[in-house]
Design a protein around this ligand. Structure first.
Ligand SMILES: [Zn+2]
Ligand SMILES: [Zn+2]
Length: 90
């Protein structure tokens, strides 16, 4: 129980992100202020790389507000192949 509370705390402060597709918690790579996380998830090696998606966040927020939509998730997961696995499969 205490573990979950600690995770809640970390998530609340944007220090860890929960990846729904991997059902895993990942420490924030940017450790900046609260932000929408963008993860590049490799389906081959299951690596999850957080990228700086500030420009994407701005574009998404603008589009959502045009639709009057309020997002409740703050994470964007993009699945595919990382550069390493992509090369191996080429
Ligand atoms: Zn982050
Ligand atoms: Zn990979």
């Amino acid at each position: 129980m205490a573990v979950y509370r600690a995770l809640d705390f970390l998530m609340e402060h944007g220090l860890v992100h929960r990846l729904a597709s991997l059902n895993a918690f990942v420490g924030c790579a940017l450790a900046s202020e609260r932000h929408t996380a963008h993860f590049l998830i490799c389906r081959a090696c299951k690596s999850a790389t957080e990228m700086d998606g500030a420009a994407v966040t701005r574009a998404v927020k603008k589009t959502l507000s045009e639709h009057g939509f309020v997002p409740e998730t703050e994470i964007i997961e993009i699945q595919g192949l990382c550069s390493h696995c992509h090369k191996e499969n080429a």
